[in-house]
Ligand binder design. Structure first.
Ligand code: PLP
Length: 415
């Protein structure tokens, strides 16, 4: 069951921004960070959690002495915090690792061991390459067919087309919760049901989605979900959740002395403890923006507030750009489609390259990415592969109305 939301919290932008040291003005002009989909800034609490860990309890886990015990305690808290963020049934189904890409390569190897020639897997053009290539390479190793679901010209997935790819012996659907290039959010709960009805497991990529909306692995009924803390105000740590039965039953590539029990079975080698401490602090930061008696309730409320606020900023950019014929915003742009996207805009200009625009923005202290952002299939499908790709304006909750106006003003100089 999805979590109920009684009341949406209001975000206090002044308080929020004061917590992020990177947002303070440098040489008079505060930078506008529209690079969130490539990695977000971190609040002071995350910086402190990382340095406090290194200062006060830096040790390997599982020892008898104080620092190791403190490390174990911190790790337990961090697994529980991620379980709250994802609505995972149990903290030991949460795996930490280097990043989403590495974790996906890792689990794809184990899953592929069970695939057989004659079977198929399904990936989509909407996805980042980290949720395509690991599966393609794993399929190649064992001679399994890979079917690629095309996107529509609007940058969405057509349900009937997807369903046609789910016929016969299909083992897996790898699907994004949100495109990191266009913001499109497919209905993952619905598509998961279709995949399950066809006998396929579902691996969801929530890397881009995580800072923008509520994740709920139980309501979505997916089998795996991956995300990365550096996209939701934390440090560079990857996260994988898997259904307990699958994590227990699948063979893990691991060293012999490592635990057979969850989560140790999947957490290869010594982990980035300071990063995990920072991840815990990032989740507690997000929870602090909401209200409720449990951390999950606070997280759900906070994410609803973030979603409402970010959509307002998105609308401001869309309205501003609509009046400018030199610009094209790709993906879903109509008012009644905003609930199906994150506030991440992929843009092109009639005659200027995305790189040129990103450099112009940078001269005005506005930080944005250009190119394909590893959403290679998508950018190629839109016919932008040769032309330098898209300019990406990625809004997160620490951005402001003034920043939207400043960005529109600077873009206006290029009209
Ligand atoms: C949607 C999406 N999926 C996957 C990734 C890869 O994540 P990581 O850098 O943690 O490997 C990214 C990174 O930009 C992304 O945006």
């Amino acid at each position: 069951m999805p979590d109920p939301v009684d009341e949406i919290a209001m975000l206090n932008l002044a308080e929020i921004r004061a917590q992020f040291p990177a947002l303070r003005p440098r040489d008079g002009l505060a930078p506008v960070y529209l690079d969130g989909p490539g990695g977000t800034q971190v609040p002071q609490a995350v910086i402190e959690a990382i340095s406090n860990y290194l200062r006060g309890c830096n040790a390997n886990h599982g020892g008898a002495f104080r620092t190791s015990r403190s490390s174990d305690e911190m790790l337990n808290y961090a697994h529980a915090a991620v379980a709250d963020l994802l609505h995972a049934p149990s903290p030991d189904e949460v795996i930490f690792g280097l990043n989403m890409t590495s974790l996906t390569f890792q689990i794809s190897r184990s899953l592929a061991k069970q695939w057989k020639r004659g079977e198929a897997i399904v990936v989509t053009q909407l996805d980042h390459d980290a949720n395509i290539r690991p599966w393609m390479l794993a399929a190649e190793d064992v001679g399994v067919e890979v079917r690629v679901v095309p996107i529509t010209p609007e940058g969405t997935l057509n349900e009937e087309v997807l369903q046609r790819h789910l016929t016969g012996p299909v083992r897996l659907l790898a699907l994004t919760c949100a495109s990191n290039a266009l913001g499109t959010m497919p209905d993952v709960a619905r598509l998961t049901r279709l995949a399950h009805a066809a006998g396929a497991l579902v691996f969801l990529d929530a890397v881009h989605y995580a800072p923008h909306a509520v994740i709920d692995v139980q309501a979505w009924d997916c089998d795996f979900l991956a995300c990365s803390a550096y996209k939701f105000f934390g440090p560079h740590v990857g996260i994988l959740w898997g259904r307990r039965a699958l994590l227990e039953q699948l063979p893990a590539y691991k060293v012999r002395p490592a635990s057979e029990a969850l989560p140790g079975k999947w957490m290869t080698g010594t982990q980035n403890h300071e990063g995990i401490a920072g991840t815990l602090a990032a989740i507690d930061y997000l929870a602090s923006l909401g209200r409720g008696s449990t951390r999950r309730q606070r997280l759900v409320q906070a994410m609803h507030a973030i979603r409402e606020y970010e959509t307002r900023l998105l609308r401001c950019l869309l309205v501003g750009l609509r009046e400018r014929p030199a610009w094209r915003v790709w993906g879903l742009t109509a008012e009644n489609q905003l609930s199906q996207r994150t506030p991440t805009l992929g843009l092109t200009h009639v005659c200027r390259s995305a790189q040129e625009i990103a450099e112009f923005l940078a001269q005005h202290e506005i930080y944005a990415w250009s190119g394909n952002f590893y959403a290679l299939e998508l950018v190629e499908a839109l016919g932008l592969g040769q032309g330098g790709g898209l300019l990406r304006l990625g809004i997160v909750h620490y951005n402001t109305d003034d920043e939207m106006q400043r960005t529109l003003d600077v873009l206006g100089k290029l009209d």
